[in-house]
Design a protein around this ligand. Structure first.
Ligand code: 16G
Ligand code: MG
Length: 563
């Protein structure tokens, strides 16, 4: 219950806030970043995302909000300007919390509130956030800002800076960086350097040192060099991987495709394109057996692939990556004699074969989380070692503080040579992986190191298990919120009758599974289906799409069969 004088108190504190917050500056700057009439946006799974031309005001507001968040947490906060794998004309923004995590959910609500406030409401909303969150306005604020290579990003990041300045925050603009690099900077700054040095050089040095030390322990280095083709989606990953190349051993040969010198960002290339279309990107020539990978537009996702001698395309997605990394870590834990809790976190999109392989062959506990990094990250924190990957190639490994300490201690003090070596490899893996968020560059180095250490070809890695054929489709409905899900999005609770219909359809196929969920980034419903053959997966996906269309208020043309 509220104290009897709470009303009076809040009026007083509101007056005090007005004295301390420079509303005049906010009003002055905000006129320069006017809100487009009628625009309402929601801070979704990965922040705000829409057409770049509509985002100036939202960026300004996120600058303001970052200052309040920084004051509240007494820490550096990050603001990244990117729309990841979306087309060039889109853009987006997300805030990064103190340890490099995604923004806390309650602040996502504040973000939505603030961004949608009309000019005359801005002051009230800011005051309201400060009161609800007990923000100490005397506290200093520090913001780090980064952006991707989109033509709109520079100007939009300036709008963020205006927001930061309007509330008197200090900032450092890191300019062009990958999303995971900015997450890394935030974490470094808030751990006073213990996570690493908060510069791009610091990032390259940390990762390359760990990579060199880890691969040095390889006994059989194939023919001595690592050769990899990388599709950079014509995005920031190209710039940054090129910068990093000189920190890597010369035996690591990278062939760049879609490096931004010719093609358009994310257009027929990049991790999302390759995963969704299950085919190689344009602009990348593949000889049979050649190991290739694709980053997405802001380099926080990666998928691998190759062509077999018969010319068939094989995709190694986030599930295959999680399996490779988990196998490697589990073997090392056994060698080191460490008994740490270990789990893999997937989403409903994980291929059924991967889950079966992890649980039945590798005897690893698997958990299913809702789509979106924050959900997987959160679950992974419950274990000493939590490997999380979305099938789309976004993922990383989290080590608890206690696990990290145990491993580092053993790597130094262990008397038994074999155990000590295993602990050292675990230690290098900890340093190589970007624990703040999925990171295409870091994940790529982890994968390449494992393949060298285990002396595996990409085909051998692929043959760990065989994916069930799958299909993803989109359905347009009048209001996607009519679909509500449960059980980590694997079952629909509304609209009535939809889940029953999906169950009925699924039963008609062998090894089949299907689910639907409203997208968090687009105004559509997503459909996923897998079955024993591609034909059946396609059929099931189509049937389920029709069910969504008819039961959940489909608009436009009825979904067509997959051809
Ligand atoms: C965002 C999420 C990604 C998720 C995707 C799903 C982050 C940083 N990114 O890109 O994890 O897979 O949304 O999109 O959380 P959807 O809701 O449109 O299917
Ligand atoms: Mg991305």
């Amino acid at each position: 219950m509220l104290p009897r004088n709470s009303h009076v108190r809040s009026q007083n504190s509101s007056r005090a806030l007005q004295v301390e917050m420079d509303f005049e500056a906010v009003a002055k700057y905000s006129k320069l970043h006017a809100k487009p009439p009628g625009l309402t946006l929601q801070y979704g799974t990965a922040g705000f995302r829409t057409k770049a031309e509509d985002l100036d005001h939202t960026m300004f507001c996120m600058g303001l909000l970052a200052v309040l968040r920084s004051k509240k947490k007494k820490s550096t906060i990050g603001v990244m300007v990117t729309a990841s794998h979306n087309p060039e004309e889109d853009n987006g923004v997300k805030l990064i919390d103190p340890l490099g995590e995604m923004l806390a959910p309650i602040w996502e609500e504040h973000a939505t509130h603030l961004a949608n406030a009309e000019e005359h409401e801005l002051q009230g909303v800011l005051t309201d956030i400060c009161q609800k969150e007990a923000v100490d306005l005397q506290q200093e604020a520090f913001i780090v800002i980064g952006r991707d290579t989109r033509s709109s990003s520079k100007k939009l990041s300036q709008s963020v800076i205006d927001g930061v300045s309007a509330l008197g925050g200090q900032y450092q603009d890191y300019g062009l960086v990958t999303t995971p690099q900015l997450h890394y900077m935030v974490c470094c700054r808030n751990t006073h350097g213990s996570y690493g040095t908060a510069t791009v050089e610091g990032y390259y040095q940390k990762l390359s040192k760990a990579f060199v030390e880890l691969t040095m322990q390889a006994t059989s280095q194939r023919d001595g060099h690592i050769c990899l083709k990388v599709d950079c989606a014509n995005g920031i990953g190209a710039l940054k991987l090129k910068e990093m190349e000189r920190y890597l051993p010369s035996c690591f040969v990278i062939h760049f495709s879609n490096d931004g010198t010719k093609g358009e960002l994310n257009h027929q290339c990049g991790a999302d394109f390759v995963k969704v279309h299950q085919k190689p990107p344009v602009g990348l020539e593949m000889k049979p057996g050649e190991r290739c990978c694709s980053f997405d537009g802001d380099a926080d996702r990666i998928v691998y692939y190759y062509n077999d001698p018969a010319g068939h395309f094989h995709l190694l997605d986030g599930d295959k990556i999680a399996t490779l990394i988990s196998t490697f870590l589990k073997e090392l834990l056994v060698k080191a004699g460490q008994t740490l809790s270990f789990a893999v976190i997937q989403t409903a999109y994980a291929n059924g074969s991967s889950t079966r392989y992890l649980e039945e062959t590798m005897k690893v506990p698997v958990h299913c989380a809702k789509t979106g990094v924050k959900h997987l990250h959160h679950k992974a924190q419950e274990f000493d070692i939590g490997v999380y990957f979305e099938a789309n190639g976004h993922g990383t490994v989290l080590f608890s503080k206690a696990a990290e300490q145990k491993i580092r201690y053993q790597a130094k003090e262990e008397k038994n040579n074999q155990k000590r070596e295993a602990a050292k490899m675990l230690e290098n893996t900890i340093d190589l992986i970007n624990q703040t968020i999925g990171d295409a560059v870091s994940d790529m180095l982890v994968i390449e190191a494992i393949l060298v250490l285990k002396n595996l070809t990409v085909q051998q890695w692929d043959s760990m298990y065989t994916d069930l054929p799958s299909r993803q489709l989109k359905v347009k409905v009048a209001d996607r919120r009519v679909i509500d899900t449960t059980d980590a999005e694997r079952r629909a609770v509304t609209p009535p009758g939809l889940q029953e219909r999906i169950d009925e359809l699924t039963q008609r196929f062998k090894l089949a599974r299907a689910f639907v969920r409203p997208s968090g980034t687009e105004d559509i419903v997503r459909v996923y289906a897998e079955a024993d053959t591609q034909e059946n997966a396609d059929k099931l996906a189509h049937e389920v799409s029709l069910a969504v269309y008819h039961i959940a208020g489909g608009v436009g043309e009825q979904p067509k069969a997959v051809v």
